[in-house]
Design a protein around this ligand. Structure first.
Ligand code: PXP
Length: 235
């Protein structure tokens, strides 16, 4: 199973102080050095975490694949065509939400999604669709002949409040994606504990994880940086 590391929240911390650090590029380099297979960033309409220049900077400087999450808007599609990431992940986006709260409504968006897939394929960019573990949404793909390269199953509901029943919905969805012959990824809300269960699901090839990794990084790094500061000012 591969790991996509979402570094948005490094930019969130930077933006909170209006400083130039912490730099998302540095976070990406550390994540890649530690084994990340993909770097994921979500360029939101309100630019609350990464900004346009971060995305271009990452694409230019990292030596692994970039996955750019965006809403299906003209503005974002134009940026994606200029950045030329390995893949774009289409996600629903509401300005007032704290994070991506649900998957795409394939039935309502099908003609837009088909034209995005066609447009992106013509420039060599793979397309991922972020979908809830809901078989009805997945059935639309077949019925409406929508052919993304990747489906990312939204694991947020399971991770927020895990149950065997919710895990089974994810398993069913991944089996359906596999039957459609589409690569299956999963993400949202995944911690180390959740990952131990989710990694057993055979059809998922990549997990995209952000918030829990950046959160844990604070505790794994705080001791060392406080010690360095203390030593520096004491000497
Ligand atoms: N996958 C998608 C499509 C997302 O929108 C996000 C959040 O930006 C993630 C994965 C990562 O979620 P988390 O930050 O909760 O690990």
């Amino acid at each position: 199973m591969k790991l996509g590391v979402n570094i948005d929240h490094v930019a969130t911390i930077r933006n909170a102080r209006g400083t130039s650090y912490p730099d998302p590029l540095k976070a990406a380099e550390i994540a890649i050095d530690a084994g990340a297979d993909f770097i994921t960033v979500h360029l939101r309409e309100d630019r609350r975490h990464v900004r346009d220049e971060d995305v271009f900077n990452l694409k230019k400087n990292i030596n692994t694949e970039l996955n750019l999450e965006i809403a299906a808007t003209e503005e974002m599609l134009k940026i994606a065509k200029r950045v030329k990431p390995y893949s774009i992940g289409i996600v629903p986006e509401k300005r007032e939400e704290l994070t991506t709260e649900g998957g795409l409504d394939i039935g309502n968006m099908h003609s837009k999604l088909s034209s995005i897939i066609e447009e992106m394929h013509s420039t060599g960019i793979k397309v991922s669709l972020f979908i809830d573990p809901n078989i009805n949404q997945l059935k639309y793909l077949e019925k409406l002949e929508i052919k993304p390269d990747i489906i990312e199953i939204h694991t947020g509901d399971y991770c927020d409040n895990p149950s065997e029943e919710k895990l089974q919905l994810i398993i069913n969805a991944t089996e359906h994606v596999n039957k459609l012959g589409i690569e299956c990824h999963a993400g949202h809300g995944i911690t180390l504990t959740h990952a131990k269960r989710i990694k057993e699901i055979s059809h998922i090839s990549t997990l995209n994880i952000g918030h829990s990794l950046i959160s844990e990084a604070i505790f794994y790094g705080l001791h060392s940086v406080v010690k360095t500061m203390k030593t520096t000012i004491s000497n």
